[in-house]
Design a protein around this ligand. Structure first.
Ligand code: NAD
Length: 401
């Protein structure tokens, strides 16, 4: 079987290397930079080893391409393109539309199309299928299925093989073929009764995280006002063996999923006349955390940050990855600068970002830890400034969340 995977980012490349152990895989991406790097055997995704990529390329089981004609003879196509928000924070399906155009214009034989991109319920049935049909030059009836991706980049204990996968087809045949495809490299597959259930489950998983992170971020503000430690209080609550799940406070949520996916759910709800007030408020609470963190730092430092040298440690959205999408560090840095601070940042995994470069862990007046990678020495952070505000719980400072 020839499998084409549209989009070779975190999701698409990860699925490509697992699938390439069993099938011939074409990784189609419209970025020259991504494709040429991949074909040199260099992975840009945590969890995808260069050595494995090189073996797969050498054996002919995997090839990245920007040449759309290469997907022509595919038997199965996976969509793994971004689903971000527009500038006015609405779902942006333009990447999915462009992937549908690619499929419609280039594949004339009957194939199974599986969507792995996250989107609102109804996307497969009411958007992807009609969009591919609109762009198709022949009246071929493709098969359609959904299997939302749950990969957590940088995570060691759960991967494609041992993370249970949901799936559903628009028809029983599509569902059966989807099961056959994933069963080669995924231990547990769970079929649900419709694509809409799978799409909604994925959105709810990330909304659950968004809401609970917001709750714990609000709780961090309450415990600080009470003069008690939020982390000790959470550990105490976590001794209850049932009915509690621990989340940790932070400067905000980042990444492609948690700050974005709940908005897809809220928008879908509101279009149906259901107010998604709780989901909307959770998003706001998390976005407001950067302001809370900066206010705490101002209060602890005599009410002004004017001309203070502030070092921000970790600008990636979470530890041990280089992904800066929607990172809370961006908002924190913006607010520190708005208050007159002279801000530099240290993150060896990110190195270059927003036209700036990572600086060494130099001496500063104030250090703010937003993300702590394992490779960054805790002692060096503590020695970098007389005042260290830690938002991660991983640096033994007297100030922080
Ligand atoms: N990153 C995660 O941890 C994660 C986890 C679960 C689900 N998802 C979802 O998976 C989807 C993909 O996310 P990602 O993190 O892999 O994105 P990404 O930005 O890492 O990768 C997307 C890739 O698609 C390419 N691309 C964009 N439009 C294209 C097109 N029309 N044709 C070909 N290539 C195109 C881009 O060049 C890029 O390389 C999103 O819907 C996301 O919400 C992501």
């Amino acid at each position: 079987m020839l499998i084409s995977i549209i989009g070779q980012g975190y999701v698409g490349l990860t699925i490509s290397v697992y699938a390439a152990e069993h099938y011939s895989v074409i990784g189609y991406d419209n970025s020259e930079k991504v494709v040429s790097q991949l074909n040199r055997g260099v992975s840009h995704v945590e969890g995808v080893d260069n050595s494995l990529l090189q073996i797969l390329i050498k054996s002919g089981r995997y090839k990245a391409t920007t040449d759309v004609s290469q997907i022509k003879n595919s038997d199965l196509v996976v969509i793994a393109v971004p689903t971000p928000l527009t500038s006015d924070r609405k779902p942006d399906l333009s990447f999915i539309e462009s992937a549908c155009k690619t499929i419609g214009e280039n594949i004339s034989k009957r194939v199974l199309v599986i969507n792995e991109s996250t989107s609102f319920p109804g996307t497969l049935r009411n958007f992807i299928k009609p969009m591919i049909e609109r762009y198709s030059s022949s009246p071929t009836e493709h098969l359609y299925a959904i299997s939302p991706e749950r990969v957590d980049p940088g995570r060691g204990d759960f991967n494609q093989k041992n993370t249970p996968r949901l799936y559903a087809g628009l028809t029983p045949e599509a569902a059966e073929l989807t099961r056959d495809f994933y069963s080669k490299f995924c231990d547990k597959l769970i079929e649900v009764s419709s694509p809409e259930v799978a799409e909604a489950a994925k959105l709810f998983e990330n909304t659950f995280r968004q809401v609970n992170i917001a709750l714990v971020n609000e709780f961090a503000q309450i415990t600080h006002a009470l003069g008690i430690s939020v982390r000790e209080t959470l550990e105490a609550a976590d001794t209850k063996p049932y009915g509690f799940m621990k989340f940790s406070p932070s400067a905000g949520v980042g990444g492609h999923c948690i700050p974005v996916d709940p908005t897809y759910l809220a928008t879908a709800a509101e279009e149906l006349g259901v107010p998604a007030t709780f989901i909307r408020r959770a998003n706001e609470v998390n976005l407001e955390m950067s302001d809370y963190v900066v206010r705490r730092i101002v209060d602890d430092n005599g009410g002004s940050l004017q001309a203070k040298r502030v070092l921000v440690v970790g600008v990636a959205y979470k530890s041990n990855v280089a992904d800066v999408r929607e990172s809370a560090a961006e908002l924190v840095i913006k607010q520190l600068r708005a208050r007159g601070a002279v801000v530099s940042w240290h993150d060896d995994l990110v190195s270059n970002w927003n036209g700036e470069s990572s600086v060494p862990l130099n001496k500063a007046d104030i250090t703010v830890v937003i993300t702590k990678h394992d490779s960054v020495d805790e002692q060096k952070i503590l020695e970098s400034a007389p005042y260290v505000f830690d938002t991660t719980g991983k640096v033994a400072s007297n100030h922080g969340l």
